[in-house]
Design a protein around this ligand. Structure first.
Ligand SMILES: Nc1ncnc2c1ncn2[C@@H]1O[C@H](COP(=O)(O)OP(=O)(O)OP(=O)(O)O)[C@@H](O)[C@H]1O
Ligand code: SF4
Ligand SMILES: [Mg+2]
Length: 342
């Protein structure tokens, strides 16, 4: 059994323009010691999927309609709020992007970090503060013991971000959800965050769920990738296969459109041709069909399921469990697959 298993997740928001299924039939697994990525345009449902795992969908006004999220032998969607709170604080951590909003302005950094260990690991205040000082040092904060007594506003933006990461990771969570963890950061801090996530994975065996629009980042960090479009998974594959030869026209368009600015991470996903999908008014059939260069008549009427190739004998897809939600995948994938299969 995987560390985390999401099955058939469906989340609805009721908006003034009608219901929006922000996440629809989403399933994936995350194993210990690996990074799995959710990637896609803005509004594709990545953060909502992350919120559902943390049991926070209701707090943002959404409803989980169907699905199961298995972690540690329990379906998280069936837990009470107090049980979820314990899981959130110590076993499934979220690395936030906005440290200013996430830290309590009225408590010292030391007390905020120590509290996690006191409440969830049973450490004394003294032991927890010692561990908090070490954690601040580990994320590169100078004079960490002195900083324990600082309030958030007394730290620089970069120091606050480091302190928040130290707090998120101090209880050695089994799963780390990193939602756009580097987007707003300067390059040095982004590298530090990636280093810390790698350390969690390699030294502590954590599973990392990386939510990002940054395809270069995903390609370098993730073992497996789920490409989301309009709340659904359009393509799932191992990262090296996915980016070497995308099967789904949307993945291919994303990969072609990625910004390649030397030394600088993109702040936004570059535009794929055509208007972004409006989740409150999904087109019939395949949600990508108004933008797809390979569209055929069937695409306008029916919704494709996420599945492997029918004619996959001996092909890579059988070995990797690769899947795409596209009626034309045989045509789009097989020539490339056959070419690369020995
Ligand atoms: N609290 C909310 N109330 C109503 N609709 C919402 C809410 N949060 C998200 N949505 C809608 O759900 C869809 C998915 O949003 P979500 O934030 O999960 O996307 P995302 O892939 O994380 O996008 P981004 O890359 O911009 O962070 C969007 O259409 C969004 O407008
Ligand atoms: S199902 Fe049709 S419209 Fe959708 S991605 Fe495939 S070819 Fe394009
Ligand atoms: Mg998001």
């Amino acid at each position: 059994m995987s560390l985390l298993e999401v099955t058939n997740l469906r989340v609805r928001y009721d908006t003034p323009r009608g219901p929006v299924w922000a996440v629809d039939q989403v399933s994936f697994k995350l194993d210990a010691g690996e990074t799995v990525a959710l990637v896609g345009e803005s509004g594709s449902g990545k953060s909502t999927t992350a919120l559902a795992i943390l049991g926070l969908v209701a707090f943002s006004g959404g409803t989980v309609e169907t699905g199961e999220i298995w972690f540690g032998g329990k379906n998280l969607l069936a837990l009470r709020e107090d049980e979820l709170r314990a899981v959130r604080a110590s076993e499934i951590a979220l690395v936030f992007q906005d440290a200013t909003a996430a830290l309590n302005p009225f408590l010292t950094i030391g007390l905020q970090i120590a509290e996690v260990l006191e409440v969830h690991r049973g450490l004394s205040r003294r032991e927890a503060l010692v561990a908090a000082g070490k954690a601040l040092g580990d994320v590169g904060i100078a004079e960490p013991e002195a900083r324990l007594a600082s309030f958030p506003h007394e730290l620089s933006g970069g120091q606050r971000q480091r302190a928040l990461i130290a707090m998120s990771l101090i209880a050695k969570p089994k799963v780390v959800i990193a939602d756009e963890p580097t987007t707003a950061l300067d390059p040095a801090l982004a590298l530090l965050v990636l280093d810390l996530l790698r350390r969690e994975r390699e030294q502590n065996g954590a599973g990392v769920l990386l939510v990002s629009h940054d395809l270069e980042l995903v390609a370098s960090e993730a073992k497996r990738v789920h490409v989301m479009y309009a709340g659904r998974v359009a393509e799932s594959a191992d990262a090296d296969e996915l980016f070497a030869a995308p099967w789904h026209p949307y993945t291919a368009a994303l990969w072609r459109a990625r910004p390649r600015l030397d030394g600088e991470r993109p702040k936004r996903l570059a535009a794929v041709a055509g208007a972004p999908v409006d989740p409150a008014a999904l087109p019939t059939g395949c949600a990508f069909h108004p933008r797809c260069e390979f569209v055929v008549e069937r695409c306008r009427r029916e919704r494709p399921d996420l599945s492997g190739l029918l004619r996959a004998e001996g092909a890579m897809s059988l070995r990797s469990g690769r899947r795409s939600a596209c009626f034309e995948k045989e045509r789009l994938a097989l020539p490339r697959e056959e070419a690369s299969t020995p």
